[in-house]
Write a protein that binds this ligand. Structure first.
Ligand SMILES: NC(=O)c1ccc[n+]([C@@H]2O[C@H](COP(=O)([O-])OP(=O)(O)OC[C@H]3O[C@@H](n4cnc5c(N)ncnc54)[C@H](O)[C@@H]3O)[C@@H](O)[C@H]2O)c1
Length: 242
């Protein structure tokens, strides 16, 4: 069994998930990443001894189960799961098909269920306490038109979070993060877009990576479970009528 702690991250090949993986590596953990995007996974140049990269779909229970078999083979333990993989699927409500609705709910919500359903088994065999961090969205709490599938999936994650905190405690803590607008790698936006936030800027990948690490680290957040944390530069506390 590896000496360092191990985190499994879904959708860790790029943007927020990749930033979360980098944060855990910088803190001395090993990371296991499950992602559909083969090309982005291949491009990741993380230290190979402490990194496991697996191509798979969080919706496919066989992919997810096989992923945790590989985590066990390479590292022999699991200390945290970060459910980050998701798709958008914004579409005019009256054009949204049942198939499109189901795919968003499957990836964003059922994917979280499957990652914890199979990952918790290895986590409970591992030494010490474990943690799950689910990435929701401020769109679980507020909406624009055409948000139905995404908002419902992200609100579902908040319910799943407190249910799992009850089922898996006291060994495993389960929390959620609701990011606001977070810029992707290399993305730039206007001054107006920055200034509309109460903190004067749009979110950075590190803003989310830092809180995810905090919630996974028993020493920092060992008394916190079942909660969701909004990280949005204040946008959900700002009234906008025009
Ligand atoms: N960027 C934002 O402004 C923002 C805001 C709120 C919430 N979020 C949430 O943060 C998380 C990351 O967002 P992002 O902007 O980095 O997204 P992204 O689309 O850039 O990255 C998502 C990753 O998940 C992977 N993925 C998608 N479907 C998958 C599947 N079925 N199986 C395995 N992997 C899959 C993708 O290949 C990709 O690497 C998501 O949960 C998203 O909903 C993002």
């Amino acid at each position: 069994m590896i000496d360092t702690k191990v985190v499994a991250i879904s959708g860790g090949a790029k943007n927020i998930g990749k930033g979360i993986a980098r944060k855990f590596l910088n803190e001395g953990w090993a990371v296991a990443i499950l992602d559909l995007d083969t090309e982005s996974l291949e491009k990741l140049n993380f230290e190979p001894e402490r990194t496991l990269k697996v191509v798979g779909d969080v919706v496919d229970e066989y992919d997810v189960a096989e992923f945790f078999v590989k985590v066990k083979e390479k590292f022999g333990r699991l200390d945290a799961i970060v459910n980050n993989a998701a798709i958008g699927g914004f579409k005019d409500f009256l054009s949204l098909s049942v198939t499109e609705w189901k795919r968003v709910i499957d990836v964003n919500l059922t994917g979280c269920f499957l990652m914890v359903r199979f990952g918790a088994i290895l986590m409970l065999e591992s030494p010490g306490r474990g943690a799950v961090v689910n990435i929701s969205s401020t769109r679980a709490l507020m909406s624009e038109p055409g948000n139905e599938a995404y908002s419902a999936s992200k609100a579902g994650i908040l319910g799943l979070t407190h249910a799992l905190a009850n089922s898996l405690g006291p060994r495993v803590r389960v929390n959620a993060v609701c990011p606001g607008w977070i810029l992707h790698e290399g993305e730039e936006v206007s001054e107006t877009e920055h200034k509309q936030h109460l903190v004067g800027r749009v979110g950075k990948i590190e803003d989310i990576a830092n809180i995810v690490y905090f919630l996974a680290d028993e020493n920092q957040s060992g008394f916190i479970t079942g909660q969701c944390f909004v990280v949005d530069g204040g946008m959900t506390k700002k009234m906008i009528y025009i």
